[in-house]
Design a protein around this ligand. Structure first.
Ligand SMILES: Nc1ncnc2c1ncn2[C@@H]1O[C@H](COP(=O)(O)OP(=O)(O)OP(=O)(O)O)[C@@H](O)[C@H]1O
Length: 254
């Protein structure tokens, strides 16, 4: 793969449900280190697109390339092995585990057989150190001993993100990371996501426009399954077609 080539290339992707075209010729790319937001009204086809990228839905036409590799017909686990990471709209944590244990489990799962290179004690220290490094700067550093069940909604979202990052993905698909967060938690999540730029490219599906404008390098706008515009925050804010389609032309996109 070309190191400066796109992390993700989607070309002419199509998905139909009976007579409804939920993904209608979507072409989109993600560059290394980029936060690319995907916005659009309810029912525009954002989840359908994400599910095709994950391998949970098979497209009817088009291609998906991950770091140059055609993954269109690969199963989810093969895409994950190639560097695809994701979080979910619904939290899916192990409530019996503490924050520290949860992250350590994810680190251990990723390290797999490599841990056998060391004796048990050394292996545990390596996992522990990596888990602490992942938690640093997330707002969860001081919560390592707390059971996941006792976390606030915002903290659970952060923990899921950290666990997904333990797998060192080249591309993270984030499905509404701000959903259900209060203003303080949202701000914290924005800070955490901004800090991830060096680690992974991010495709961010998000309704919270303040967060999108604060984070996105580029924004793509999906309406009725079609991308009607891709551009910088300023370009999208000033785009009359976007305002018309997204807000019924009533107001500025703000
Ligand atoms: N499994 C399915 N079978 C039939 N129609 C579906 C299916 N999944 C989604 N759709 C339809 O496809 C269109 C796109 O839905 P999708 O959930 O992808 O939109 P979305 O942009 O994610 O919406 P939201 O912002 O509300 O989550 C909608 O009209 C939806 O009803």
């Amino acid at each position: 793969m070309n190191a400066n080539g796109p992390i993700l290339q989607i070309e002419g992707l199509e998905k139909r449900f009976g007579g409804l075209t939920a993904t209608d010729g979507v072409t989109l790319d993600l560059r290394p280190g980029e936060i690319h937001a995907l916005i659009g009204p309810n029912g525009a086809g954002k989840s359908t697109l994400i599910n095709q990228l994950c391998g949970e839905l098979a497209p009817d036409a088009g291609t998906i390339r991950l770091m140059g590799r055609d993954v269109t017909h690969l199963p989810t686990h093969a895409r994950v092995a190639l560097g695809l990471g994701r979080t979910f709209q619904v939290t899916s944590l192990l409530d019996d585990c503490t924050v520290g244990e949860s992250v350590a489990l994810a680190v251990q799962a990723h390290a797999g057989g490599n841990l056998r290179l060391w004796d048990r004690a050394k292996g545990r220290r390596v996992v522990q150190a990596r888990a602490e490094a992942l938690l640093a700067g997330t707002g969860l550093e001081d919560r390592a001993g707390v059971p996941s069940a006792d976390l606030s909604h915002g903290e659970r979202k952060q923990l899921e993100l950290v666990m997904a990052l333990a797998l060192e993905p080249a591309l993270m698909l984030l499905d509404e990371p701000m959903a259900g967060l209060g203003p303080v938690e949202s701000q914290q999540m924005v800070t955490v996501l901004r800090g991830l730029r060096d680690q992974t490219a991010i495709l961010l599906v998000e309704h919270d426009m303040e967060a999108v404008f604060a984070l996105a390098d580029r924004i793509s706008v999906l309406v009725y399954g079609r991308i009607i515009a891709t551009g910088s925050v300023e370009e999208i804010r000033d785009n009359a077609e976007v305002r018309e389609a997204y807000l019924g032309g009533e107001d500025e996109l703000c």
